[in-house]
Design a protein around this ligand. Structure first.
Ligand code: 5AD
Ligand code: SF4
Length: 480
């Protein structure tokens, strides 16, 4: 009997931000479309892709460790393909292939359309001859850009690099393969036109590219038909989105009005594009959640200027007022970097003051990490803050922001909030979900109800997470 060959199996492991998670779904979609079976563990896969982040050094170190661990699997199965994709692949490119000679493919964030062709090419090159060890040669152009082939020492086959940045690539027309569930990430933009001096993103993801609003809306409609009720619109500066006259507030309004969509979120906005029009849509559209991420980065004007953030503490505070006057109950979160080169102790204290003034519901806090190729690396060496000072500032910032978060959350005890049940809880018989304001709540419930909405009273808090009790509809009306 004629047996069909077994489909190739691929495994994608993603690190980093929501955009990268979404890119992982995109790669899985592209591979599934080309006949690959997507599997859940590297042990089961012929092709293992590690989708990486380059935002801080720590993220890159973790990936290098992981890739070398995967090489252990490859020693048992030499046919296995290890690919490194995403921002770190773009940043390190061929250097990564030298540093980790067991990696077969590096591919940057604009190359994924050509992933199947690159994998086919790799297979052909492996079975055919090669040229001299260590010599790169261009091997033509695939849909994802130029494929360079680098010969390895005898018997190990070649390595491929696909590293073109492409201003036209916004992955129009390709399907993502999403995990089942009530929530979906929807990228509407790739790349960034800002040049914040600490940030590697514009160099590894290129300039801002926006997706067609028509395509975004039809994707959300399709998701709603499949049962998705919560969408998060994604972009590096998501609220600077514009496409053929459709601005971000317009798109947000249209998404919020799609039948079946109960919750809309977006991340990450740039504070400068938090405009009255946007705030009006947030306030008016029932589906847009009462939550805003407002990455401040620092609370001192000299530092903000040196970061090239293009706003001042005063203008940022005006944005906070604008949002809070339209949506009094809005939950605000932020990103803060401490120990940016040249930051003095007093300037760091200004950041603590900003935290105390705004009182963010949540803060994501980072120590400045030097990224080769970014403008901040050219600051005088004497400006760089000692590691122990940076660590102490981070610890102090975390303490201040955690205390504020805890105070805010304790003041919310007793509220009844709508929770979208997303996961099982840590203990048996518990479920976990988020409120519209993106607060995490755990309560007793049947895991079969994942995807449903429930009203829960917030009984207690760890300071970060809430422990609640589900209340019946009548009780929630009474409490409201
Ligand atoms: N060092 C530390 N944190 C950084 N971020 C971006 N680049 C760096 C860097 N070089 C932080 C910013 C950004 C978040 C996603 O990561 O706060 O908003
Ligand atoms: Fe990086 Fe600034 Fe662009 Fe955000 S806005 S991705 S921090 S350059």
């Amino acid at each position: 009997m004629n047996q069909k060959p077994r489909p190739k199996r691929a495994y994608v492991e993603t690190y980093g931000c929501q955009m990268n998670i979404s890119d992982g779904e995109l790669m899985q979609g592209i591979l599934a479309d080309h006949g690959y079976e997507i599997v859940g563990a590297p042990e089961d896969a012929d092709v293992v892709l590690v989708n990486t982040c380059a935002i801080r050094e720590h993220a890159e170190r973790r990936v290098l460790g992981r890739v070398s661990q995967l090489n252990g699997l490859k020693r048992e199965r030499p046919d296995m393909v290890i690919g490194v994709t995403g921002c770190m692949a773009q940043r390190l490119g061929k250097t990564l292939l030298e540093q980790a000679p067991y990696v077969d493919l590096v591919m940057g964030p604009d190359g994924y359309r050509g992933l199947p062709e690159a994998l086919e090419r790799l297979e052909r090159e492996r079975s055919g001859g090669g040229s001299e060890h260590g010599t790169p040669r261009a091997a033509g152009v695939a849909p994802g850009g130029t494929i360079s082939v680098i010969e390895r020492s005898r018997g190990r086959g070649p390595q491929l690099a696909v590293l073109d940045l492409n201003m036209d690539e916004n992955y129009q027309g390709l399907e993502r393969r999403r995990a089942d569930g009530p929530s979906a990430w929807v990228p509407i933009q790739r790349g960034c036109d800002h040049r914040c001096t600490y940030c590697i993103v514009p160099y590894v993801r290129g300039g801002e590219k926006n997706r067609s609003a028509v395509e975004v809306l039809s994707e959300v409609r399709r998701l709603a038909e499949q049962g998705v009720t919560e969408v998060t619109l994604l972009g590096q500066t998501v609220n600077s989105y514009v496409w053929e006259g459709v601005s971000f507030p317009g798109l947000l309004r249209d998404v919020a009005r799609i039948d079946g969509i109960r919750r809309v979120r977006f991340t990450s906005p740039h504070p400068n594009d938090v405009t009255p029009d946007l705030v009006e849509v947030m306030a008016e559209e029932d589906a847009v959640c009462e939550q805003l991420h407002l990455p401040a980065q620092a609370g001192n004007n000299r530092t903000l200027k040196r970061m090239l953030r293009r706003y001042t503490v005063e203008s940022l505070l005006e944005k906070v007022d604008l949002v809070r006057s339209a949506i009094p109950d809005v939950a605000l979160s932020t990103d803060i970097i401490v120990a940016f080169p040249g930051e003095t102790d007093d300037e760091f204290r200004d950041t603590l003051d900003l935290m105390r003034t705004v009182r963010f519901d949540e803060a994501f806090t980072y120590k400045y990490s030097l990224r080769e190729g970014t403008p901040a690396t050219r600051l005088p060496e004497s400006d760089f803050v000692d590691a122990d000072v940076a660590q102490a500032r981070l610890a102090e910032l975390i303490e201040v922001s955690r205390d504020i978060q805890s105070e805010i959350n304790h003041s919310e005890i007793g509220r009844v909030e709508e929770v979208l049940i997303e996961h099982t809880g840590r203990d048996e018989g518990q479920v976990r979900g988020r409120t519209r304001r993106s607060k995490v709540v755990v309560f007793d419930g049947d895991p079969a109800r994942i995807g449903e909405y429930a009203d829960a009273r917030l009984d207690r808090t760890t300071g970060v997470t809430f422990i609640g009790t589900e209340v019946g509809a009548a009780e929630s009306v009474a409490a409201g």
